[in-house]
Design a protein around this ligand. Structure first.
Ligand code: HEC
Length: 233
């Protein structure tokens, strides 16, 4: 133990060694936390989501809130750069954590005595918070969710017919239709089905002063148009 107390900057007269003392305490704490989580899972009966349904185009895959920052980070690394965000950055982060005790040899404790370490830690927390906030903000248009019947071929065919009758005066699809409104040829790629439904119910969500009027469709007819449009990508 004398070796430990002689570390530079150490003020502790009687330091506890990392192994086995500290590791033992950490291990007991980890097991306790794990047991509490298991207990909570049993008491609250956390449900699973429904089985994955490839026909459900309204489903918006999103990680839990605590992973949104990483999800947001992935957006900045497009194409072949994605490997940087998926492999390189996590590997570097893990390596840094593993190497930290070797890189940072100071035995001083307390935030004031460790300005650099404290600043780096604070910066990471701020980055994570900012990325999480950005993810939530950018996601606004995709926050629309609805319980929708699964898409069928009949629905798509019926939807195309309704689109021709009520929507094509203004919107075009595949080069056919009006020019008064956004082309919807790729709407299914940029919006989910619940969003399309919501625009039909209340066009003002797109633009307060829109010329698109509320079109009196039945629920079934609306599901048909949204089914048809959600396949346009
Ligand atoms: C009178 C013209 C008009 C008709 C009819 C009309 N729309 Fe629109 N629609 C618009 C305009 C204009 C916009 C763009 C919003 C804006 O900036 O005003 C729009 C926006 C939309 C959007 C959002 C597009 C996006 O990129 O976010 C969807 C989806 C949509 N319309 C679906 C429909 C459907 C489905 C119908 C038929 C049931 C329909 N519209 C009928 C004019 C129309």
């Amino acid at each position: 133990m004398s070796g430990i107390s002689s570390l530079p900057g150490s003020t502790d007269k009687n330091p506890t060694p990392f192994y086995p003392d500290h590791l033992f305490v950490e291990g007991v704490a980890a097991i306790a936390v794990f047991l509490v989580i298991v207990l909570i899972a049993f008491v609250w009966q956390v449900p699973l989501e429904e089985m994955a349904d490839p026909g459900d185009t309204a489903y918006v895959p999103r990680p839990e809130w605590y992973f949104l920052f990483y999800f947001q980070l992935l957006k900045y690394f497009e194409g072949s750069l994605a490997v940087v965000a998926i492999v390189v950055l996590p590997a570097l982060t893990l390596a840094l954590l593993v190497l930290l005790p070797f890189l940072d040899r100071s035995a001083a404790t307390g935030i004031r005595k460790r300005p650099l370490t404290a600043a780096l830690a604070l910066a990471s927390v701020l980055c994570i918070a900012a990325l999480t906030a950005l993810s939530v903000l950018e996601d606004e248009s995709h926050l629309y969710t609805m319980d929708l019947p699964p898409v069928t071929d009949e629905q798509i065919a019926a939807g195309e017919e309704i689109f021709g009758r009520f929507c094509q005066i203004c919107h075009s699809v595949d080069g056919k239709g009006g020019f008064m409104a956004p082309d919807l040829t790729q709407i299914g790629a940029r919006a989910n089905r619940a969003y399309i439904e919501q625009v039909i119910i209340d066009p003002q969500i797109v633009n307060q002063a829109t010329i698109m009027s509320v079109i009196p469709l039945s629920d079934a007819e609306r599901h048909e148009v949204s089914a048809y449009l959600s396949r346009k990508k």
